[in-house]
Design a protein around this ligand. Structure first.
Ligand code: ATP
Ligand code: MG
Length: 570
C-alpha cells in the first residue's frame, strides 16, 4: 500500500522510549497537570563528557518534546573538588550542544539554608542524630547486603543534645571528620542506603559560591531529592546506579512534606563507549598527569575535546538520538560516534586539497614558471556550495603513499610507466623517479598530455586512479595533528588488577609539520571544517595563526557503520 500523505507511516514513526511512555501516562492521568519539568544536575568537579551529552540531550530533549522546561542545576555539595572553571565550562558546553536552560542556572548551594532547616526539623522529629564515631567505624557498622548493620551508640541521643551538637557543628566548633549528622532509619534494612545514611559532614572548606559561610555540607543523597522538590521537577532522570537510592530520596520527602507532589525519579542506563574511559576521576588524572594536553585535548571524550576535534553539536545530538535510552547497561561502539560526525561533515564540509605526507612530482614537459587555474567542486553533496579554482603547475606534491617503485598490478596509483589523473587537472604518466642513497624516493618525474584537461580537454582517457595534489610554489604549509584512540583496550577501565592507564596508546598523537595545502587554507579560522580529499575530515585548531594553519584530524573517510545503519533503516 502506498502512503499518499506527508505523515510518516505508522511503522516509520519512532516508537516512544520508556521514559516518554511514562510521561505520556502521567500526562494522561493528570499527575503533574500535564507539566513536564526535567533538570540536568552536573557536579562542577570536571568537564562534561560524551556521557553527560547523552543525559543533556535526554533531559533537554524530553522537556522540549513535551513543551516543558529543563533546569541546569549545579550539584555543588563538595567544595573541595569544585571550581568556577568547571561551572563555566559546563554552561558553555550545554549551550554549545544547542540547549538553553530555564531561567538562571540553579545551584544546590542555593538550598543550603533550607536543607539545614529541614535537617533541624528531622532532628526535632527524632529522625536524625549526631554521631561522634569516626567514618571507618560507621562504615564497619553498616554491615553487608546479607548481614544487618549495628546501631550506633549515639543513636538514642536526646533531641536537645542533637540540636545543640548540630548547631555547634554548623558554627565550626568541631574539626573536620569529628562528627556527622545521620538519618535515623533502619540499620537492618535490606537496602544499605537506608541504614542511617550520613546527611551532613563537617568540612572547613571554602565553597566556590558560599565562601566560608558553612562549616558543614550536605551529602549528595540528602541534597539531591530535595533540590528536585524545590524546583518542581516532575521527572528526575538519572542513571541506573541511583535506583537503589530512590527509597531514601522518597523517605526524606515523606518525613518533611505532606503535599501530594513528588518528583518522579526514572533511571536509565549510562552511556559506556568502547576504547574510552568516562569517569571524571580518570579524566582528571589524564589532565593532571599531562598525558593529554588539557580537558579539551582532542583525544579526550569531553565535550570540549570533541569540539576541538571537529565534532559538531548536530553530530552529537544525532548520536544521542541513535543510541536511544535503555534500562540495561550496555557498551556502545565508539565507531558509532565516529559515524555520526562523518555523516554530518560529509554533507557540510567543503572539499579541499591537502597532502599530509608530501612527495614532489615534476611534470617535465609542463612549461617552467607557468601556473594555471583549475576548477574544483566545493562539495558534491551540496551543489549550491559551487566551485573554486586552485593553481596548477609544473611542480606539485602528491601523497607519498600514492607512489610505489614496484607496484603490484592492482595498485591503481603511480609507479614507473603508470598513468593517473591528477584530480581536476591532467592525466600524467610516470617516466622515472629519483631516490636518495637509502632508496627513499625524493622526486617523481612525469609527463602530461595537455589534451587531457579534466572536463574540457578533447581527450578524456579512462585511467583507473585519481590522485589529490597541491601545486608546490603556492602551497601553504600546515601543521596537522593525527589522532588515534587514546586507549588500546576495548574496555580500559574494566580490568580488575590493571589500571586503565596501562592501556594507553603510545601513538595516539602524531604531529605532521609539513602538510602541503591549497592556498585558501592560509586563511582559516579556528573551528573551520574541511574534508581533505581522500584522507578524512579536519578541523582548524585554536592554535591556528594567520598564514599558519593547524588542523586536527576529526575522523577518517572509511565508514564501516554506514552499511550497518542502512541495514537498520536509519
Ligand atoms: P561523578 O559523580 O563520578 O563525579 P558523574 O559522571 O556522575 O560523575 P555528574 O556531574 O554527577 O557526574 O553527572 C551529571 C549527570 O550526568 C547525572 O545526572 C548523571 O546521571 C549523568 N551522567 C553522568 N555520566 C553519564 C553517562 N556515562 N551516561 C549518561 N549519563 C551520565
Ligand atoms: Mg554523579
Amino acid at each position: 500500500m502506498t502512503n499518499h500523505t506527508e505523515e510518516p507511516l505508522e511503522s516509520e514513526k519512532k516508537a516512544l522510549n520508556f521514559i516518554e511512555t511514562i510521561i505520556e501516562e502521567d500526562n494522561l492521568s493528570g499527575k503533574h497537570s500535564g507539566r513536564v519539568h526535567t533538570r540536568f544536575p552536573p557536579e562542577p568537579n570536571g568537564y562534561l563528557h560524551i556521557g553527560h551529552a547523552k543525559s543533556i540531550c535526554l533531559n533537554f530533549g524530553t522537556a522540549a518534546k513535551y513543551g516543558g522546561k529543563c533546569n541546569l542545576r549545579f550539584d555543588d555539595t563538595n567544595p573541595e573538588k569544585e571550581e568556577t572553571e568547571y561551572v563555566d565550562s559546563i554552561m558553555e558546553d550545554v549551550r554549545w550542544l544547542g540547549f538553553q536552560w530555564d531561567k538562571e542556572p540553579y545551584y544546590a548551594s542555593d538550598y543550603f539554608q533550607q536543607l539545614y532547616d529541614w535537617a533541624v526539623l528531622l532532628i526535632q522529629k527524632g529522625l536524625a542524630y549526631v554521631d561522634d564515631q569516626p567514618q571507618e567505624e560507621i562504615s564497619r557498622q553498616r554491615g553487608t547486603p546479607t548481614r544487618p548493620g549495628i546501631e550506633s551508640p549515639y543513636r538514642s541521643r536526646s533531641v536537645e543534645e542533637n540540636l545543640d551538637l548540630f548547631t555547634r557543628m554548623k558554627n565550626g566548633e568541631f574539626p573536620n571528620g569529628s562528627r556527622v549528622l545521620r538519618a535515623r532509619i533502619d540499620m537492618t534494612s535490606p537496602n544499605m542506603h537506608m541504614r542511617d545514611p550520613v546527611m551532613y559532614r563537617i568540612l572547613h572548606a571554602e565553597h566556590h559560591r558560599t565562601g566560608d559561610t558553612w562549616k558543614i555540607y550536605p551529602m549528595y543523597d540528602y541534597a539531591h531529592g530535595q533540590s528536585d522538590y524545590f524546583e518542581g521537577i516532575t521527572h528526575s532522570l538519572c542513571t541506573l546506579e541511583f535506583e537503589v537510592h530512590r527509597p531514601l530520596y522518597d523517605w526524606f520527602l515523606d518525613q518533611l512534606i505532606d503535599t501530594a507532589y513528588r518528583p518522579r525519579q526514572i533511571e536509565f542506563a549510562r552511556l559506556n563507549l568502547s576504547y574510552t574511559v568516562m569517569s571524571k576521576r580518570k579524566l582528571l588524572e589524564l589532565v593532571r598527569s599531562k598525558i593529554v594536553n588539557g580537558w579539551d585535548d582532542p583525544r579526550m571524550p569531553t565535550i570540549a575535546g570533541l569540539r576541538r576535534r571537529g565534532y559538531t553539536p548536530a553530530s552529537i545530538r544525532a548520536f544521542a538520538d541513535r543510541i536511544g535510552v535503555a534500562k540495561r547497561d550496555n557498551v556502545i561502539d565508539v565507531g558509532l560516534l565516529e559515524f555520526s560526525i562523518r555523516e554530518d561533515l560529509n554533507k557540510t564540509a567543503p572539499r579541499v586539497m591537502a597532502v599530509v605526507d608530501p612527495l614532489k612530482l615534476v611534470i617535465t614537459n609542463y612549461p617552467e614558471g607557468q601556473i594555471e587555474e583549475v576548477e574544483l567542486v566545493n562539495n558534491p553533496e551540496e551543489p549550491e556550495s559551487g566551485s573554486r579554482t586552485i593553481p596548477f603547475g609544473r611542480e606539485i606534491y602528491i601523497e607519498r603513499e600514492d607512489f610505489m617503485v614496484d607496484p603490484p598490478a592492482k595498485f591503481f596509483r603511480l609507479g614507473p610507466g603508470r598513468e593517473v589523473r591528477l584530480k581536476g587537472a591532467y592525466v600524467v604518466r610516470c617516466e622515472s623517479f629519483e631516490a636518495d642513497k637509502n632508496g627513499v624516493v625524493q622526486k617523481v618525474l612525469c609527463t602530461y598530455d595537455p589534451e587531457t584537461k579534466s572536463g574540457s580537454g578533447p581527450k578524456q582517457p579512462k585511467v583507473k586512479g585519481t590522485l589529490h595534489w597541491v601545486e608546490a610554489s603556492t602551497a601553504v604549509t600546515a601543521e596537522v595533528r593525527l589522532y588515534d584512540r587514546l586507549f588500546m583496550d576495548e574496555d580500559p577501565a574494566g580490568h580488575k588488577d590493571q589500571d586503565a592507564l596501562e592501556f594507553l596508546n603510545p601513538d595516539s598523537l602524531k604531529v605532521v609539520s609539513n602538510c602541503m595545502a591549497e592556498p585558501m587554507l592560509a586563511h582559516v579560522q579556528a573551528g573551520d571544517k574541511f574534508q581533505f580529499q581522500r584522507i578524512g575530515y579536519f578541523c582548524a585548531d585554536p592554535d591556528t595563526r594567520p598564514g599558519k594553519p593547524v588542523f586536527n584530524k576529526t575522523v577518517g573517510l572509511k565508514d564501516a557503520w554506514a552499511k550497518m545503519a542502512q541495514k537498520d533503516g536509519q
